[in-house]
Each structure stands twice: as structure tokens, then as C-alpha cells.
Ligand binder design. Structure first.
Ligand code: NDP
Length: 328
């Protein structure tokens, strides 16, 4: 079994030295356990946070621990009555070829109508994140304007498409012309602002003629400031992520007083603390994927040994779509 462990904690940006590839023998299965062969590993921004020894919503990884991560794979050996060889499953099986499990936190998945990899993106945790922030925090009404940053990514792409399905004007913020063209062309957003073009405030103003009622924040920094300046009274902000600061960069707010003057609701959330909505959200998302009403794009890195590069790339915005690693 090949596995990648946390070798050291990054000081600022993640580097290859922070990881170590190890070989371990496969353990014997105990009664009530099964073995999973991981096929795809999901690479997510939260992994950067777990590499720090800092106070957060979840405990940090220890040095030498297998890197945490969601995977999809197949049961290859079983002494568990509920899981048979050949079952497709998703769970937190980490950066490794195989893992054993007693079934806790593991979900069987059906890849007949929804491809296996989608369970790590649009029909998995990132999709539920989008669903929760949009429906439970922003709760937009038809005709309202919803803005989302990191719009071409796993979470952002779903936010805008669900907002469109809810009858809203959906506006994305993304880095580069190619990502923006995808967001409006393929995903059907009404507009997308390229923050790298250098006119973020003016371009966002032009894209939001009626102001902004809901903002789904994934990035922080300039995107947050620019969108705050466009918020309508009583607007809602779902504070989902601030990736611009994950490597330790400061992400100050220039005008927090707008929260007061516009009487805004700002709500941070962690999707894994809302497990009660997961069945409803996953059902809806999988059904929309099967009906081709939700589109998505994947960025697949080949080989477990390249997972560190995939995470480093994600934290620099190099991914275009949901970042995955093909393990088997
Ligand atoms: P994405 O697929 O969106 O990939 C990350 C993207 O962030 C990059 O492609 C890049 O897109 C964008 N980005 C913008 N600014 C920066 C920057 N300064 N440095 C690096 N990247 C930048 O990732 P996800 O959809 O998986 O995650 C999106 C956000 O949602 C993250 O902040 C993540 O932490 C958060 N999240 C929160 C959860 C929760 O429970 N609260 C659960 C899941 C995700 P571009 O090129 O357009 O800038």
C-alpha cells in the first residue's frame, strides 16, 4: 500500500518537502471490516488548513499521519455483512491506495447515472457546500442577483447554476479569460468578471446593474471588498472560504462598515456540521447531474505520487474545475 503522509508543516506555501510517500503492508481484515481500493482522490482547499498546527474547526493532522482526503473506490475484500466485493463506495480514505473500514462514514454509490468522480465534486461534498450556502444562508428569491467567487471551481460552479435554476441573475468572479468564458458559456451564468484583468470594481459594477442580494464568498481579499461595495440593503453573505489567505497571506477588509450601513447578514459555515441536509442535497444534486441540468468540469492529475503537486496547484488557482487525483 502506497500512502502519502504529512512529513513537516508548511511555513507559508506548501512545498514537496511537506509530504512523504511510504510503502506499508496491507493489514489483515478483522471481522466487520472491509478493504477499499481507492480509484480517485479529491483534492480540496481545506487540506491546507489541516497541515497547520493552529486552532480551527477541525483538529490538525499529526506529523506522520496519512494526508486526509475524500475518495471514491471499490470494495476489494470484505468481512462486513453490509459491504460486498465490487461495491462502489465513497469515504474519507485518504491519500493512499487502500484503506480498511468498519463502514462508519462510508456511503455506497451508484455510478449508473452519475459518474464515480462526480461523487467527489458536484454530487459530493463541494456540491452540498454550494447547496447549503445558497439555499440555507443566501436563500435568494427569483430575480435577485447572486455573486460567487472562484466561480469556475467545484463549489462556485454549482452555486451559480443552482442560482440560475432558482430564477436569479448569477454573476461569477474568476481568474482569467478562459475560466470566465467557461462560466458564462458552458455553465450559463449571466456574467463573469475576470479579476485578473485589473478592473474588478468597475467590471463587477457593470455586471450587477441592480446591485447584489447574495454573495457566496470562496476567496476573500479583493473579491470580498469589491462585492461588499455592490451589496443591496439586507443582503446575505455566505462565508464559505477565503482561499486567498490559506498560505498565511493577510486578507484584510477595506470597508467592513458596509456590513452595518447595508444591514448585511454574514454567516460562516462548515458543511460537515450540517449532516442533516446532506441526504436532501445529495439527492437533488445527483438528480440534476443525471438530467444534465448541472454541468461540471474536472481537472485530473494522474498518479498518487503527484497528489502533492495537485494540492499546490489548487492553492495557486492552477486547477480548472474540480481537482482530482487518479489513483487506480
Ligand atoms: P476550487 O475548485 O474553486 O479551486 C480553488 C480556486 O480558488 C482556484 O481555482 C482559483 O480560481 C481560486 N482562487 C482565487 N483566489 C485565489 C488565490 N489567491 N489563491 C488560490 N486560489 C485562488 O475549490 P473548491 O470549489 O473546492 O473550494 C472553493 C472554496 O470553498 C474554498 O475557499 C474552500 O475552502 C471552500 N470550501 C468550504 C467548505 C465549507 O464547509 N465551508 C467546504 C468546501 C469548500 P481562480 O483562478 O478563478 O482564481
Amino acid at each position: 500500500n502506497r500512502r502519502i503522509v504529512l512529513a513537516s508543516r508548511p511555513q507559508k506555501a506548501v512545498s514537496a518537502e511537506n509530504f512523504r510517500l511510504e510503502q506499508t503492508p496491507l493489514a489483515e481484515l478483522a471481522d466487520g471490516q472491509f478493504r477499499v481500493r481507492n480509484h480517485y482522490l479529491s483534492i480540496d482547499p481545506y487540506m491546507r488548513g489541516r497541515m497547520n498546527d493552529a486552532k480551527s474547526y477541525a483538529a490538525p493532522l499529526g506529523i506522520g499521519d496519512v494526508m486526509i482526503g475524500g475518495t471514491v473506490g471499490e470494495v476489494v475484500e470484505s468481512k462486513h455483512p453490509g459491504f460486498a466485493v465490487g461495491d462502489k463506495v465513497t469515504g474519507m480514505f485518504g491519500w493512499q491506495d487502500y484503506d480498511t473500514s468498519d463502514g462508519a462514514g462510508v456511503r455506497k454509490i451508484d455510478d449508473a447515472r452519475v459518474p464515480l468522480t462526480a461523487y467527489l465534486g458536484v454530487a459530493g461534498m463541494p456540491g452540498v457546500t454550494a447547496w447549503y450556502g445558497l439555499n440555507k444562508i443566501i436563500a435568494p428569491k427569483p430575480g435577485q442577483t447572486v455573486v460567487v467567487s472562484a466561480a469556475s471551481g467545484a463549489v462556485g460552479s454549482v452555486v451559480g447554476q443552482l442560482a440560475k435554476l432558482a430564477g436569479c441573475r448569477a454573476v461569477g468572479i474568476a481568474g482569467g479569460e478562459q475560466k470566465c468564458r467557461y462560466v458564462t458559456g458552458e455553465l450559463g451564468f449571466d456574467a463573469c468578471v475576470d479579476y485578473k484583468a485589473g478592473n474588478l470594481y468597475a467590471d463587477l459594477k457593470a455586471a450587477t446593474p441592480n446591485g447584489v442580494d447574495g454573495y457566496f464568498e470562496n476567496v476573500g481579499g479583493d473579491a470580498f471588498d469589491a462585492t461588499l461595495s455592490r451589496m443591496n440593503p439586507f443582503g446575505r453573505i455566505a462565508l464559505c472560504g477565503m482561499i486567498a489567505g490559506y498560505d498565511g497571506q493577510p486578507v484584510p477588509l477595506k470597508q467592513p462598515s458596509i456590513i452595518l450601513t447595508m444591514r448585511l447578514l454574514v454567516q460562516g459555515f462548515i458543511v460537515t456540521e450540517h449532516l442533516d441536509v446532506w441526504p436532501e442535497a445529495l439527492g437533488e444534486l445527483a438528480s440534476l447531474v443525471a438530467q444534465k441540468k448541472l454541468r461540471y468540469r474536472e481537472c485530473i492529475t494522474d498518479g498518487l505520487e503527484h497528489a502533492p503537486e495537485a494540492l499546490m496547484g489548487l492553492l495557486q488557482g492552477k486547477n480548472f474545475g474540480k481537482q482530482l487525483v487518479k489513483i487506480a
